[in-house]
Design a protein around this ligand. Structure first.
Ligand code: NI
Length: 134
């Protein structure tokens, strides 16, 4: 199996707040992250496949770019993520964002023969989450 990764970037604001936690619990859990603040997010999407001998590749990287750009980057870039429909009802942690992004792009990628295997979402250069099928 071969893996291909495309990197994306977008800038957005958010705040961490849970509707099921009391005010003091939100403050204890999220600290300053309960305030509206921003990140320069890094998103890496990895798909898997076997190269087609006719083309030498298993996916068209421009198709991968188009799908993720249209379904994730454009809706998120320079937005307040808590108000973005893609994340409605979610706490905008990296974990939740990655799950919603995964769900948003999987059908379109599959329609083009790409099997999604990992979504990496980084808020900073120091921390990120990786969502995988395994
Ligand atoms: Ni944050």
């Amino acid at each position: 199996m071969m893996y291909l990764t495309r990197r994306f970037a977008f800038s957005a604001s958010h705040r961490l707040h849970s509707e099921v936690l009391a005010a003091n619990e939100n403050a204890c859990t999220y600290g300053v992250c309960e305030n509206i603040h921003g990140h320069n997010y890094r998103l890496e999407v990895t798909v898997a496949g076997k190269p087609d001998p006719k083309t030498g590749f298993f996916c068209n990287v421009m198709e991968l770019h188009r799908i993720v750009h249209e379904l994730v980057v454009v809706p998120c870039d320079h937005r307040y993520l808590n108000d973005v429909p893609l994340f409605a009802g979610a706490i905008t942690t990296m974990e939740s964002l990655a799950e919603r992004m995964w769900a948003a792009i999987t059908p379109a990628l599959a329609a083009k023969g790409m099997t999604l295997t990992e979504v990496l979402l980084a808020e900073t250069d120091e921390h990120w989450v990786r969502l995988r099928t395994d």
